[in-house]
Design a binder for this molecule. Structure first.
Ligand SMILES: Cc1cc2nc3c(=O)[nH]c(=O)nc-3n(C[C@H](O)[C@H](O)[C@H](O)COP(=O)(O)O)c2cc1C
Length: 315
């Protein structure tokens, strides 16, 4: 692989193990991260981890061989550490800690981006998880620029580094910014020169041109792709081609459609209760890149049954 990393972002409610399988088969990713597993005040049963990361049953890798780190979210260092130990026993290739989730429910239960107001606690959580598992297991942190603003970013990032994290990913927006464009990649560029651990830039990378600009402004070579990966399923391949100076023609809608059908088929079999919402969610991203997806989305958006949606897609 090239001397930089492209990571598929965790996305609750859409990047589940079926999507990880599909996108890592398309290729270009060095790693995935699961949707967050919320840790409050107990050691969770192993079934919770297997549900979030069925890849734990296959060596922690997708069928294409891409490692999947499991993401924990919580504010209590002790329980975060205990659950990290469970993950080590289950063979997780790495553990990621979520300090970015803006959700009210999550923040009210002391987890996600609300912790960015307290750099010392961020440090303590990372340190506790780091100390709880073997040194060869990577422990990574995923943060935003801050809660209200980026005034604590230097403290937060120094604390994460001092706590022994292997890497950190910075979503270049504050909690206050939510998911609204733009992403402030240059804010990462302000702290990056003072850090020696690898820093992964994330946020608002929808195209190869965005990837190049994010790298330039942030000073990071490594990138994490979220919604862009869903809208442009071969975005990571296209970025790699550009960085290697090779020509590349992105997948056409005719090439993407079989992936969508495969996704719908697998979800219908595995999780019929949430299949319809996951499929529609993917379409909300695909329609950004493909006009054909917009037309189909308008047709399926009120459908409730995965079988019905699949028939409409294939027709
Ligand atoms: C629907 C949705 C679900 C997300 N779920 C998670 C999550 O479980 N854990 C996490 O760390 N980030 C989560 N994120 C944030 C993404 O990983 C990423 O940081 C964010 O979308 C910015 O990257 P992008 O602009 O490339 O999408 C989620 C984002 C979205 C839109």
């Amino acid at each position: 692989m090239d001397p930089y990393k492209l990571v598929l972002a965790p996305m609750e409610g859409v990047v589940d193990h079926t999507m990880r399988d599909l996108l890592t088969r398309v290729g270009g990713y060095d790693r995935c991260v699961t949707e967050f597993v919320r840790v409050v005040d107990r050691q969770l049963p192993t079934r919770v981890f297997y549900r979030a990361c069925p890849e734990l049953l296959t060596g922690g890798k997708t069928p294409a061989g891409t490692p999947v780190y499991v993401q924990l979210l919580g504010g209590n260092p002790l329980y975060m550490a205990l659950n990290a130990q469970v993950l080590e026993r289950l063979g997780a290739p790495g553990i990621d800690i979520n300090f970015g989730c803006p959700s009210k429910t999550v923040n009210n239960s002391d987890g996600g981006s609300v912790l960015l107001r307290e750099p010392q606690r961020v440090h303590d959580i990372v340190q506790a998880v780091r100390a709880a598992v073997s040194p060869q297991i990577p422990v990574t942190a995923k943060i935003r620029l801050g809660f209200k603003d980026s005034s604590l970013l230097a403290d937060i990032t120094q604390g994460i580094q001092a706590a022994g994290a292997s890497e950190m990913c910075i979503h270049a927006r504050t909690k206050q910014h939510g998911y609204l464009p733009p992403a402030y990649w240059a804010e990462i560029g302000k702290v990056k020169p003072h850090l020696h651990l690898p820093v992964i830039a994330n946020g608002e990378i929808w195209s190869v041109a965005d990837a190049i600009q994010a790298r330039t402004e942030s000073g990071c070579v490594d990138l994490m792709l979220g919604r862009g990966a869903l809208s442009f399923p071969d975005l990571a391949v296209a970025i790699r081609a550009r960085l290697a100076g090779e020509a590349y023609t992105p997948l056409s809608w005719a090439q993407v459609l079989p992936l969508v059908v495969q996704y719908a088929t697998e979800l219908e079999a595995r999780a019929p209760q949430y299949a319809a919402s996951f499929i529609k969610q993917w379409f909300t991203y695909l329609r950004r890149q493909y006009p054909e997806a917009e037309t189909l989305f308008q047709h399926i958006k009120r459908m409730k049954l995965p079988g019905e949606i699949k028939t409409a897609i294939i027709a």
